[in-house]
Design a protein around this ligand. Structure first.
Ligand code: KG4
Ligand code: ZN
Length: 352
């Protein structure tokens, strides 16, 4: 079984070809970072247009890299939400058109499920596992029991961790996307110079919060005698990264306890999503897993940030689990929780 996966839900136009043996035959990612950089974040309308002009070339390149043609593809999957709807429409429409033209199944994949199942593509991790899904738009702990079968434990009550990285970088005057930039600067900084909060570290439950941390960075900047020097920037980046890492790890701890109780047979802690590319976070989570007697799995960096391989793989998993794809009348979903039964997050910063 060979599946073409298309991803257009944020600022990467991506197409990949993956087979049922977990081989990635092609993985093409056309990033729009340079297009959005002048605005300090992703502009939805610009993203949708950029996806439209890039999609054909990206799919063609994936077929060429895999040394195949459309007739070598057995099914086509696309990220059908959650995400910026203009972009999602481009990928879903392209995938449906290919499915109709070739008479092959179309699979509507939840973008978050793409991230969530990636550790099975890279490391064949068995179900169930505890997942920290941390990206630009989401920050959740989930028990992953199977394709389409998730129990959400915690979620953010305000910003996602990646969003906090991006907004903080913007405040400090660093370019978009903030995560990689902050990580680079943090390498030479003193994490202890500025004292920054660890929001909700000891709160009951499993939820996350990052907006107070962002405010603390703003106040720290305002207290500096002048514009931040290179040392100030490095120290702030190091302090911020340490605070995010400790907050994430601190909130995963109670989720791990809940996971062990719900799934005593579970053996893996997994991290996925763009922020999973951060090495300080990976190291801290690896240590937590080690202390808890669990194996730790983090996908390689280029499979942490958005890509088509995760969509193709989730498509393969869904076809194997459910025996069929989705109807061509499937409507893209700007909002699409992995665990529809999870209670709504509560807190001052919860977004509508
Ligand atoms: O999963 P992703 O590519 O797109 C979304 O679905 O959101 O995640 C992008 C996010 C951005 O907020 C970016 O700043 C963050 O992941 N990110 C990082 C790193 N690389 C990307 N955050 C911290 N450290 C990194 N090395
Ligand atoms: Zn993503």
């Amino acid at each position: 079984m060979i599946v073409l996966g298309i991803e257009t839900s944020c600022d990467e136009t991506a197409a990949a070809i993956v087979d049922g043996e977990r081989r990635i035959l092609a993985n093409v990612v056309a990033s729009q970072i340079a297009t959005h950089r002048p605005y300090g974040g992703v502009v939805p309308e610009i993203a949708a247009r950029a996806h439209l002009s890039a999609i054909d070339g990206v799919v063609r390149q994936a077929l060429a890299d895999a040394e195949t043609t459309m007739s070598g593809i057995d099914a086509v999957a696309a990220a059908a939400g959650p995400g910026l709807i203009g972009g999602v429409l481009v990928g879903v429409t392209a995938a449906k058109a290919i499915a109709v033209a070739r008479g092959i199944p179309f699979v509507a994949v939840n973008h978050l499920e793409g991230h969530a199942l990636t550790p099975r593509l890279t490391d064949a991790v068995p179900f169930p596992y505890l997942l920290l899904l941390t990206s630009g738009g989401h920050c959740q702990t989930l028990i992953v029991r199977g394709p389409g079968d998730y129990r959400r434990l915690g979620t953010t009550i305000d910003d996602a961790a990646g969003e906090a990285f991006d907004k903080t970088a913007k405040m400090i005057g660093l370019p978009y996307p903030g995560g990689p930039e902050i990580e680079r600067r943090a390498a030479t900084g003193d994490a202890k110079r500025f004292s920054l909060p660890r929001p909700m570290l000891h709160a009951p439950g499993y939820d996350f919060s990052f907006s107070g941390l962002k405010t603390a960075v703003r106040q720290t900047l305002a207290r500096l005698p002048g514009p931040p020097t290179a040392t100030d920037v490095a120290d702030l980046c190091a302090g911020f990264q340490a605070a995010v890492t400790e907050t994430l790890v601190g909130r995963v701890k109670p989720a791990l306890a809940a996971f062990r109780e719900a799934c005593p047979q579970g053996r893996h802690l997994v991290v996925a999503g763009g922020v999973a590319a951060n090495s300080a976070l990976r190291e801290a989570l690896a240590a937590l897993a080690r202390d808890s007697g669990l194996a730790f799995v983090a996908p390689p960096l280029k499979l942490c940030t958005d890509n088509g391989a995760m969509i193709a793989w989730a498509g393969l998993e869904r076809l194997a689990a459910f025996g069929q794809g989705d109807g061509l009348d499937f409507k893209p979903r700007p909002r699409w929780p992995l665990d529809a039964a999870a209670p709504k997050a509560r807190g001052a910063g919860v977004k509508a």
